[in-house]
Ligand binder design. Structure first.
Ligand SMILES: [Mg+2]
Length: 143
């Protein structure tokens, strides 16, 4: 199939018009956009601090790393609050994903490439559900 459209024409045809995006915005969506859009910037600032240490051979600026990690936590917490997600929920989901991906809690390139947690049969909530079940059992009255 021969492509008869230029790349600029393709972009003009397919990019969602700004007026359509603007019309769909709400204050909550603006807040979510603000929080999410600041995360990559702060990640870049963190990366820059590590780059200066690893690549340029400068002593690690621990205070700067703490500052940038805190900035990341700020924007992630703001996004979580807006979406009704707790930090604990994200940690639990991460544990479930990685314990599924790396059986026996052992890293391997093979497991990293296969990403078992992405297979349809993967039970991504196994760890979380088992923890929830344990909590529920512990809270049930005895007798
Ligand atoms: Mg910062």
């Amino acid at each position: 199939m021969e492509i008869t459209i230029t790349h600029p024409e393709l972009v003009e045809a397919l990019a969602k018009p700004g007026k359509d995006i603007l019309a769909s915005l709400t204050p909550e969506k603006c807040h979510q956009w603000h929080m999410a859009s600041c995360i990559p910037g702060e990640a870049g600032e963190l990366f820059d601090a590590v780059k200066k240490h690893v690549i340029y051979g400068k002593p690690i600026d621990r205070a700067n790393v703490v500052e940038e990690l805190g900035d990341l936590e700020f924007y992630m917490e703001g996004l979580r609050q807006s979406l009704g997600i707790t930090r604990e929920e994200t940690i639990e989901a991460n544990v479930a994903k990685l314990t599924t991906r790396y059986a026996g809690l052992k890293y391997s390139d093979k497991a990293a490439q296969e990403r078992a947690d992405k297979h349809p049969a993967a039970d991504r909530n196994f760890i979380g559900q088992s923890q929830l079940n344990l909590s529920a059992e512990a809270e049930q009255p005895q007798g």
